[in-house]
Design a protein around this ligand. Sequence first.
Ligand code: PMP
Length: 392
Amino acid sequence: MLKKFLKYIAQTSDAPIGLEISHAEGPFIFTTDNKRYVDFISGIAVSSLGHRYPKVIHAIHEQVDKHLHVMVYGEFVQKPQVDFADLLTSNLSEQLNQVYFVNSGTEATEGALKLAKKYTGRTKLIGFKNSYHGDTHGSLSVTGRDVYRDPYLPLLPDVHFLSFNSEDNLDLIDDKTAAVIMEPIQGEGGIIPADKQWLQEVRRRCDEAGALLIFDEIQSGFGRTGSLFAFEEYEVTPDILCLAKAMAGGMPMGAFVSSAEIFQTFKYDPPLNHVTTFGGHPVSAAAAYANLKELLSGNYLQRAKQIEQITKEKLRGPGIVEVRGKGAMLGLQLKNWDLTKKVVEDCFEMGILLGWTLHSNTLIRLAPPLIIEDDLLHEVLDKILESVEKHS
Ligand code: PMP
């Protein structure tokens, strides 16, 4: 099967992990050669309730028995979409009161950028160094890492990058700016939370300039940081919120959320100027509704905070610079690339899936599912620590 995978599946690098998957359940992934791996990255911040969460699976079955795709997004009244959008917006601030469904994170970014340009009638966009917003052209245009941008130049014009958590050049946010886009906690940049005061200052600058503030919570959303959304802890509300990944319990789905007033602009000049065939697929929407209901009714947010506390207390010692991040969106900063590589390899041998973030090779991503129990959490952390000590 691996041979066929390498032959027929277009590859993203010369070094795919290459596990042959049999099935996945809760915090575990099982391979066809009967090995069990603890998924300590949740499929990159997707399966926050673990794999195949029973209520999500049930909702999927129920919807599959009713209907699959029936019409492009926005034309027919489909109950799973309406239920989910209702529940989602009732858990957001008042001005985030309408949802536009898409299929993925990058499509949410694309939609948000178009919406901001059309609503403001402006073109200038501000992003941040080391950010990541997706790999389609618009998203890549506001992603702050040249090595990924350079092969695709020219990208969107009039995009400017500021330093994250720095007051420098905030005056670039001016009356020509359509939007400022940022992750409240940079994910691929190395799990870097925004400073609260700085974020509030960015909001203030946007208000002054009449620019929209877009938060990309594609990675940090849906409970991963210990709040339903990371921005809640900043006392700052964005004009547009981008979501995906953990949204639908392992099904593909993305969304951007804004106000009915801002969304008006998508309806005319011309009508249908932003369409998506599969956006808000009914099976994904049913899964997302079940997933969110469960997230809100269980103690998962609190659990994310416990995971942070246990992990930060435990992972200390030689070779470790720090554990940073919030909730279960954590990064283990190690001294160098060699150590990072050895620890990831060692843990893989021991049946633990870890990885690094796209823009950093000395940081190990720790993103366990929020359903992980104490015994397993401690077991994994002990093994990571053991490996760091062995190679330091
Ligand atoms: N924004 C952020 C912050 C992300 O972490 C990601 C995915 N890693 C994306 C956007 C793109 O999401 P997708 O892969 O679903 O297009």
